[in-house]
Design a protein around this ligand. Structure first.
Ligand code: CJB
Length: 824
């Protein structure tokens, strides 16, 4: 042992001893438990407090530095932050994992067990929310001064249980045992108005000042969570708002015996931050959703304006010191709210206010699906936000006036670019509002950004050219490589050095050894260990035994028709039929793994879940396919489960109808961890193919252009079905109840959709998908070739680090400097 190694060992031991002391201290004085009485949860909280203390020291230093230098701040406004667990994020980024493990070991506690105790913070639905969480980590890693602003939902995304194959939704309770990461800030509290009326005050100079007198106010109270960047270089704040009524109860009502009525105002106010994505199929649900959006947008703007005024004195410098990113249209009402703050509260002339607003905001679009582009009925807006509606009308009048002066202006174009959609009962187009109020509008993959210009924003792009730009998504490698796959990360670090997580581009060095037999063996061994662990989890949760040497074919994401889980199920059944016809052939053992939630009100998606489970039941019970085919639906997909599945996946299913998946980020996580992708040329798959090479990915199906053309010709699936005997047989089996003997007609409607109304091109893409799967099998048989391709995927995925994405936003949209991470 040389001196250096000895020194390091001694300092590791010192670090562990210090952490052990600190944990004991927290356990006793902050948790209030003795060593003997402590539960796993108590140990988790004590450990989290120790990590948090380290973070807080740097947090305060970061805040102080930003205040001192007065540098520009980025504000990321998002109704979703799908954070997951934070313990390993905190320990990893503060470089405390190993000493903490040793400290706990000395106390008889296993760190990996504690990891499982922490509830997932599921304050998001899927990709959009998880992207926001990855971005928060990368913002801190690049030492950008940033706040995330969102809503502190009491209940995050529902817990999914599968009963008799069906999805059931239960409330999620992440706060039931408290949250050790957050700091309540009762003093940071803003009034949010709704309804009421507007008074116009005539000023001596002839102008009119508008004063909004809300009919109802709700309070927004801040809860702060520090977010540590890699190596603790910089710490930012995630500030989530919780809703309260101004008065805790109506004492007069309470004393008169109306104990429930006395609490009504409180209940009404608190409902705003009660649940993530309240059902919006009813008018009441829609109103609540709009209240949520305005609530958090207004609180965030009031907060950041106040901070700006304290630091910089005047409001006119706002755009020089503040960049606000609107994560989708959900916070788009902020455009009108900032105008109100500037014009009504700070007397900024309209034109200057509009210039400041546009220079401050950027808007990210995450979908082309028309149903996901928010619009609000004008009467609802007028009732809930009367002053904002006036402001929107004025923005629109000026906008339409300018556009009408352009040479190629037509009535049709003006109707298309108007903030008010007159064709569907007068609705405010929030995407248009976000577009107009921002200096840059970005899509989340190259294809998606290109499509924005020819679809939803075609007319706006023609009138305001150059505003649309692309920022292809990315994922944080600290969580999705190191924390999820520590074994593989160690191996990669041996190859590329220990700056791997500082600069993901270093992964390219892996390409040089991808064909090396010894490296492949170690790479495969790491992945096998992950597969063994996943097999154990499946056994434990579902009682299904799966073979770690089988091909793990994985589709994990929200359940949606455009994501086409059904295509995957059809191929499963086709192969099942073939195996049964020729059981003695040399089949490749395969496990189909599905996981994902369907929106509670999305009946077709729920039926697809049921079909996957019904197919699993039949296939898994069939002795003919034993050892060859298994189908697994893992319930309650969330960030933590993703962390277990992704490192164990061999094949990554990214099979959406081309033109419909804005980007995808699961595709990036899976390829990074060495799964080969089977996918369409959709979203970021296009760029993944470019990076990893066409030989190392299985592309199939119609392109976005072909889908468009095909839809033009009609969406009847009969032709495609007539051309494919396999497909016809599979559909017939499903429709006739082979997989639902208890209710033979259960899937007839689903099959009818595919035959007569196949908008998502399942039938059109079936054969080509089926062939691509056979190419997967051929590659799998040649293990050297497979592992080389897997290693090359890992090697070439460095570009998909969210550090790269955030650096691009910083340069092209926010105009803030970045400081790459690294020691010193
Ligand atoms: N996305 O998760 C959502 N929710 C929406 O309402 C709209 C889009 C997803 O955003 C991800 C992050 O940009 C994309 O990768 C994904 O394709 C998109 O569906």
């Amino acid at each position: 042992m040389d001196i250096k190694v000895e020194d390091r060992a001694a300092s590791d031991a010192d670090a562990a001893a210090a952490i052990k002391e600190a944990i004991l201290n927290k356990l006793i004085y902050s948790v209030g438990k003795s060593l003997e009485a402590a539960s796993s949860h108590d140990w988790f909280v004590a450990t989290a407090f120790v990590a948090r203390d380290r973070i807080v020291e740097r947090w305060l230093a970061s805040i102080d530095e930003v205040n001192r230098t007065g540098r520009k701040q980025v504000y990321y406004l998002s109704v979703e932050f799908l954070i997951g667990r934070l313990l390993f994020d905190a320990l990893t980024n503060m470089e405390m994992v190993e000493p903490t493990r040793a400290a706990l070991f000395a106390l008889g506690v296993d760190l990996d067990e504690l990891r499982e105790v922490e509830p997932d913070a599921a304050l998001g639905n899927g990709g959009l929310g998880r992207l926001a969480a990855c971005f928060m980590e990368s913002l801190a890693t690049l030492s950008i001064a940033a706040f995330g602003y969102g809503i502190r939902y009491d209940h995050g995304l529902f817990r999914q249980r599968i009963k008799d194959g069906r999805q059931l939704e239960y409330p999620e309770e992440w706060l039931a045992f408290g949250n050790p990461w957050e700091f309540q800030r009762p003093e940071v509290d803003y009034e949010i108005g709704f309804g009421g009326r507007i008074e116009a005050e005539h000023q001596p100079d002839g102008t009119v000042k508008h004063v909004w007198l809300p009919g109802e106010t709700v309070e927004a109270v801040a809860y702060d969570t520090p977010i540590a960047g890699w190596r603790g270089a910089h710490i930012n704040t995630l500030r989530l708002w919780s809703a309260r009524a101004p008065d805790p109860l109506r004492l007069d009502k309470f004393n008169s015996g109306d104990h429930v009525g006395a609490l009504m105002d409180q209940v009404r106010a608190e409902s705003i931050s009660k649940v993530l994505y309240p059902g919006d199929t009813t008018p009441a649900g829609q109103e609540l959703r709009l209240r949520q959006e305005f609530f958090f947008a207004s609180a965030s703007l009031q907060d950041l304006v106040l901070r700006h005024l304290r630091q910089h004195g005047g409001i006119l410098s706002l755009a020089d010191k503040v960049a606000i990113q609107l994560n989708d249209t959900h916070p788009a009402i902020a455009v009108a709210e900032l105008m109100r703050i500037l014009v009504d509260l700070h007397d900024v002339p309209w034109r200057d206010a509009w210039a400041i607003t546009q220079a401050t905001f950027g808007y990210t679009n995450h979908t082309l699906l028309p149903e996901a582009l928010e619009t609000w009925p004008v009467p609802l807006m007028e009732r809930l936000l009367p002053r904002h509606m006036q402001i929107i009308y004025l923005i629109n009048a000026i906008h339409l006036d300018q556009a009408s002066k352009l040479a190629d202006s037509t009535g049709e174009r003006l109707a298309a670019i108007s903030l008010i959609d007159e064709a569907h009962g007068r609705r405010v187009r929030m995407g248009h509002l976000a577009f107009l109020g921002s200096h840059k509008v970005n899509g989340v993959s190259r294809l998606h950004s290109d499509l924005l210009k020819v679809t939803v924003f075609r007319e706006l792009d023609a009138v305001l050219p150059g505003r649309i730009t692309n920022k292809t998504n990315g994922v944080t490698f600290r969580r999705w490589l190191k924390e999820a796959n520590p074994g593989l990360t160690s191996l990669l670090t041996e190859v590329v050095g220990d700056r791997l997580l500082d600069d993901a581009r270093l992964l390219e060095k892996v390409a040089a050894v991808a064909g090396d037999a010894a490296f492949q063996e170690r790479y495969a061994a790491e992945r096998r260990a992950n597969k063994v662990a996943l097999a154990k989890l499946v056994r434990h949760r579902l009682g299904i035994k799966i073979d770690p040497d089988a091909l793990f074919d994985v589709q994990i994401k929200r359940i949606h028709e455009y994501k086409r889980q059904i295509l995957n199920i059809l191929e499963t059944i086709a192969v099942y039929d073939m195996i049964r016809a020729q059981p003695m052939r040399d089949w490749i053992p395969r496990v189909k793994i599905f996981s994902g939630k369907a929106a509670a009100s999305y009946a077709t998606a729920k039926l697809i879940i049921q079909l996957a489970n019904d197919v699993a039941k039949i296939v898994n019970a069939d002795p003919t396919v034993r050892g060859i085919l298994k189908v697994v639906f893992l319930p309650n997909y969330n960030v933590s489960l993703a962390e277990r599945i992704i490192p164990a996946a061999d094949l990554s299913e990214q099979i959406s109808t081309a033109g419909m998946e804005a980007s995808g980020t699961g595709n990036m996580k899976l390829a990074l961890n060495g799964a080969l992708t089977i996918g369409t040329l959709d979203g970021a798959n296009v760029e993944i193919r470019e990076k990893v090479g066409a030989d190392n990915i299985f592309i199939f199906g119609l392109t976005a252009e072909e889908v468009e053309a095909h839809r033009h010709r009609g969406i009847d699936g009969s032709d495609a079905i007539n051309r494919s005997a396999k497909l016809a047989e599979v559909l017939e089996a499903i429709a006739s109840g082979v997989f639902s003997p208890d209710e033979p007609d259960r899937y007839r409607g689903l099959v009818d959709i595919l035959i007569h109304h196949d908008y998502f091109m399942v039938t059109a893409d079936f054969e080509s998908y089926y062939e691509a799967q056979r190419a997967v099998f051929r590659r799998w048989r040649d293990k050297r070739s497979w592992w080389r391709a897997a290693a090359l995927n890992t090697a070439h995925m460095g570009w998909f680090s969210s550090d790269r994405t955030i650096a691009e936003y910083a340069k092209d949209i926010w105009d803030v400097p970045v400081k790459p991470p690294g020691r010193g």
